[in-house]
Design a protein around this ligand. Sequence first.
Ligand code: DGP
Length: 111
Amino acid sequence: MDCLFCSIVAGDLPSERVLEDDHVIVFRDIQPQAPTHLLVVPRRHLASMDELDDPALGGAILAAARRAARDAGLTDGWRLIANTGTDGGQEVPHLHFHVLGGRRLGRMLPG
Ligand code: DGP
């Protein structure tokens, strides 16, 4: 298996899992950018948001992100990010969403 996150999903590589269900796993990012930095990863291999063709899976990902943020105690807010493709800054080509919180995050959009 040559996909890093598929290996983590399969349990062939270690991760600090905080939540899992039939569709997704959630584990701590190895290079945290905030006090809480989690990755929500579908068990099924999809390269990025460009391949997310299943609305039910999209819903499961969002529900897991919300549950993980709540479990992490992010009551003052949090951010969900899916870097997509080269211009989007995606480094690992298996769909994942970042859940970031625990500090005031800077604005990402002008305005
Ligand atoms: P992205 O740029 O959106 O593809 O982010 C990939 C993230 O994955 C990055 O924040 C670091 C994280 N990461 C990379 N390799 C590993 C790993 O082996 N374990 C864990 N837990 N996180 C990883």
